[in-house]
Structures are given as structure tokens and as C-alpha cells.
Design a protein around this ligand. Structure first.
Ligand SMILES: [Zn+2]
Length: 282
């Protein structure tokens, strides 16, 4: 199995044949960068861990070029850093017992502009082969440009498939814009209480990102506790670890639905909610 970019990398922790490893995937995550899966698609990773009949597949579309280089990595060339990040992503796949880890190797600019069709075509191949029950992608309100471009390539790829081969559920997940601001009815709640001890090792393998002083491992753990506590002021915590997502399944099922309008609908409902409350007590 090969994808279009010469930097592509496939890693299968249990050495299964690549086609078989892809076909057994039930929960698939497609994100921009190394370590995004372990933040955005963590629900899928823990749903599949040791489950026996569910398998997580990970896809990172970019090559890690331009990553911050701090601490012990300060003198690394960009090429050396790309190799470090590729290996870190493989380590996470091993720790999380993923079925398959695919790194497509595109530069961010290629995902956004020059090779967007190649990128979407690779994603079509992956989606067609896996036909996952659940697909985790970036949410379209994310504030990282590459995340939004990757999300759009995912929608293009999904819409290139016949409807009976599309993922049954598509969730837009949190990385660089968290989703606490969604109205309660707009929130998909992804409980992540299973294997709580996995979170730190899964993020800890991305040493090159954490060594510079960005403690993503602690931040994500704290965020999930905060999501659970602040979800509802009236009830006690039903779960202690919670992530939020947008339900993007309608965009995946209806080709005529406008991505921009669907996305802005969430923002407008927030606007209405804020306006109503301020006006009620003015
Ligand atoms: Zn990212």
C-alpha cells in the first residue's frame, strides 16, 4: 500500500499486513499534525484500547516541518526535526495499540493549496478501505489554518464516496479552539474515563513538543476535568473526564449542505443565547 507523497510513512504496531490493518479499523482519526490525534481523537483511542473487536486507525496528513525547536532540540535541522516527530507519532501508535498509523507527509501549504487534490485522494483511499463507524476530524471553528484545511480535505474525501461507504458518525474535535462555547444541545459529549492513565504516556512520547515548556499532557488532563465539572451547574459530575465535539455527520451525509453555513449556525446559536440572556435582565 502506498500513498501519493514521497514522505509517506505507514506503521503497524503488531506487524499485520497493511491492507488487513486498515480494514479492521472501526474508529479513525484524521488530523493535521503529530500529537493532534492524541488530543482530538483520544476518545477513539481509548474506546478501542484492549477492546478486542474495535481498532483505532490514525492519519496525520502533514510532515511536521516548521515545528518549534526548543531545549535539547534547539540545534536540530528542519529535516532532523521532521524525523523526530515522525518517530514520536509511531511511539504513540505503539503505546495506544493502534491498528495502523499513517503519516501522509504533505507540507502544510500542500494541504491548503498545491496538493489538496492528492491529499483528498489519499484520504478517499483510507476512508474507502476502513469504512469506519466513527471518524474524528478537526472542527471547522478551530483557529489553526492547517486544521481547517485538513477538515475541508476530509469533507471532500467523504463526499467523493458513495453514501453507503461513508463513516456512520463524524465528529469535529477540540485542539486549538476548545468547544466549551457550544450550546448544550450542540455538544457531542465524548466520555474519556476509560484508561485515564493512558493520557499522560500518549502525550508524553511527544517529548519534542513538551520539552520546550508546553505541558500539553497536563493541559489536556486539566481541561477534561474542567469540562466535566463545568458542564452543568446543577448536577454532580457523572464522569470526571469529558471532551466535547461537534456532530459533523450531516455534512458527511448531505452533499448539498454548505460547510460554511453549517459551521456558522453554531456561532449564531451562541449569539442568540447571549443576546437573549443579556436582554432578559437589562
Ligand atoms: Zn495541529
Amino acid at each position: 500500500m502506498r500513498f501519493r507523497h514521497h514522505k509517506q510513512d505507514i506503521f503497524i504496531p503488531d506487524n499485520r499486513d497493511p491492507l488487513a490493518a486498515l480494514e479492521r479499523v472501526t474508529h479513525l482519526g484524521i488530523v493535521s499534525h503529530q500529537d493532534d490525534l492524541e488530543i482530538a481523537a483520544y476518545h477513539g483511542i481509548t474506546e478501542c484500547f484492549h477492546s478486542g473487536d474495535k481498532w483505532f486507525g490514525g492519519v496525520v496528513v502533514t510532515d511536521g516541518a516548521g515545528s518549534p525547536r526548543k531545549g535539547p532540540y534547539a540545534d536540530y535541522t528542519d529535516e532532523e526535526m521532521q524525523q523526530v516527530r515522525l518517530m514520536e507519532q509511531r511511539k504513540a501508535a505503539f503505546v495506544g495499540e493502534y491498528s495502523i498509523m499513517i503519516q501522509l507527509g504533505y507540507a502544510s501549504e500542500e494541504v491548503k493549496f498545491s496538493k489538496r487534490q492528492d491529499c483528498a485522494a489519499d484520504l478517499v483511499t483510507i476512508l474507502e478501505t476502513t469504512q469506519p463507524e466513527v471518524l474524528y476530524v478537526h472542527n471547522p471553528c478551530d483557529r489553526h489554518d492547517t486544521h481547517v484545511a485538513t477538515f475541508l480535505r476530509c469533507i471532500e474525501a467523504i463526499r467523493a464516496l458513495p453514501k453507503d461507504k461513508r463513516p456512520r458518525a463524524v465528529y469535529g474535535c477540540e485542539v486549538w479552539r476548545k468547544l466549551d462555547w457550544l450550546l448544550t444541545d450542540d455538544k457531542v459529549m465524548l466520555w474519556v474515563d476509560k484508561y485515564p492513565h493512558l493520557l499522560r504516556p500518549l502525550l508524553g512520547v511527544f517529548d519534542s513538543q513538551i520539552s520546550g515548556g508546553k505541558r500539553y499532557d497536563l493541559a489536556e488532563e486539566g481541561l477534561r476535568h474542567a469540562n466535566a465539572t463545568y458542564f452543568d451547574s446543577h448536577t454532580t459530575d457523572k464522569t470526571s473526564l469529558l471532551t466535547f465535539a461537534m456532530d459533523l455527520t450531516p455534512l458527511a451525509m448531505d452533499d448539498a449542505m454548505c460547510v460554511e453555513e453549517y459551521t456558522l449556525g453554531y456561532v449564531r446559536r451562541l449569539e442568540d443565547d447571549v443576546r437573549k440572556r443579556v436582554r432578559a435582565y437589562s
